[in-house]
Design a protein around this ligand. Sequence first.
Ligand SMILES: [Mn+2]
Length: 324
Amino acid sequence: MNDSLDLSIEKAISLIKESSNIYIASHVQPDGDNIGSILALGMAIKKMNKDVNILKVDEVPSDYRFLPNVELIKEYEIPSTVDLFIALDSSDMNRLGLGKEFALKAEKIINIDHHITNDKFGDINIISDSSGATGEIVYQVIKKMNVDIDRYIATCLYTAISTDTGSFMYSNTTYSTHMIIAELMKTGIDINDINVNLYQSRSIERTRLFINSLNNLELHLDGKIGIVYVTQEMLRANNAKLEDTEGIVSFIRDIDSVEVACLLKEIKEDEVKVSLRSKRNIDVAKISSRYNGGGHMRAAGCTINATIEEAKMSILNEIEMAFR
Ligand SMILES: [Mn+2]
């Protein structure tokens, strides 16, 4: 943590202390880092005897419903005033979905994130793109708040960090990632139980969708590009939800010849969500930025307004160009 970041954290804590009507919000299609971070910070603020509302802007994926106090994530009516709005793991205001309405009402916004593409929409921006997860930054914030990190908070932070670092395998995993995890483990959290919940609890519907999607796997450029798709019809046939596509793209990436893996998810007839993963030198964030998407060098995503066939042709072309 550098000096200016430390200073922003201190400013944020004073702001939290002097605010009373505080909202923390998830982003749309929340992931483990997002859910873990909002819960951990929410619990920590409550420990300061402050009231805080944790706003649900989208369904909490079933993977994370085991987290302690997950029921604190609730829907709220848009209030007439908001003192303080805290955004976590959101690179821009549009990521907030309904939360944007709350943010626009807010006197002050604190923006805590680790995406290099963050546009610093907050009054206080705590952005560290060298952090593997927003959860790592939240850990630093809670430490400075002088709040005791209990097992509940530690479970949420562990989940945030583990999920965003690919179980500590991605290159965003650093020395300080492991130092933070070591500190969290001191609280006596049950690592096996968390890992069973996160990684060994796949539903049969998700498993069937997984098998189904592998059937349409295509390899291009001597097997360096692997591409699969999931249509609405496939979701229906397997009684699965969009969140059940989790894990497909990384499975494709793990094929020995594959350098870039791509998953196309049909949202509507003319709307396709794209997930990209890379293994070594290809920067998939660059590819996704051509479609106004975002992400990291080895994990990124975007939306293409086209049919799934058109989207596939387009993204395949962009990926191939990246190899030139
Ligand atoms: Mn994240």
